[in-house]
Design a protein around this ligand. Structure first.
Ligand code: GRF
Length: 208
């Protein structure tokens, strides 16, 4: 299975995928390209170190969002991937891409959807919301991307304890280490092995 990984920042989820492919946790999968909207994203360094092609394409480089959308989809299409993985990608996915890649785009969100998700909940804001509400358990969700924000069919979730004295940064790191970096590679492996299907808008996982 060929995948494209879309990034905007540090790329720790990308690194988890690279490592999982290297250590066999993810079967029969290769990363064809890493696409970033931020030329300074450390994720591009990680791709280069792993010998993976990294490209940068940003809405800022285009006169309109429509121009960007068209160029982004054309560039992605040229890699002929089976799955697009959004790993901290902070750009709204073009609607035409959602339709064209139906159930072929997955995202990682740092909460147990439907809590603390949707517009305005990204990055540290997710964990600030969880601490503000005083939840005792949070976690991460890997889901298919549909036209909404964090609303697509849920593939995997993993819970993480919120501890006394947690700051948003400390909680974010725990959610990444104990949830994101585990369920994202696992979801990719399940998809690569044909274990995932969507029936009536709900994900069914067959086999281990
Ligand atoms: C992670 O916290 C992820 O939950 C969110 O964006 C962040 C990406 O981090 N979607 P990284 O670039 O993978 O380190």
């Amino acid at each position: 299975m060929k995948i494209a990984v879309c990034v905007s920042g540090g790329g720790t989820n990308l690194q988890a995928i690279i490592d999982a492919i290297d250590n066999g946790t993810i079967h029969n999968t290769e990363i064809a390209v890493v696409i970033s909207n931020n030329k300074n994203a450390y994720a591009l360094e990680r791709a280069a170190k792993a010998g993976i092609e990294g490209i940068c394409i940003s809405p800022k480089d285009f006169s309109s969002r429509e121009e960007f959308n068209k160029a982004f989809v054309e560039k992605l299409d040229s890699y002929n991937v089976d799955l697009v993985v959004l790993a901290g990608f902070l750009v709204v996915i073009p609607p035409e891409m959602i339709r064209k890649y139906e159930y072929k785009i997955i995202n990682i969100h740092p909460s147990l959807i439907p809590s603390f998700c949707g517009t305005g909940y990204y990055g540290l804001k997710v964990h600030e919301g969880a601490l503000e509400r005083g939840v005792k358990v949070t976690g991460a969700t890997c889901h298919f991307v549909d036209e909404g924000t964090d609303t697509g069919p849920i593939i995997l979730q993993k819970a993480v304890e919120v501890l006394e004295g947690d700051t948003p940064e400390v909680l974010q790191r725990r959610v990444m280490e104990q949830a994101e970096w585990i369920i994202m590679p696992r979801a990719i492996d399940l998809i690569a092995r044909g274990c995932v299907s969507v029936v009536d808008g709900k994900v069914q996982i067959k086999g281990e």
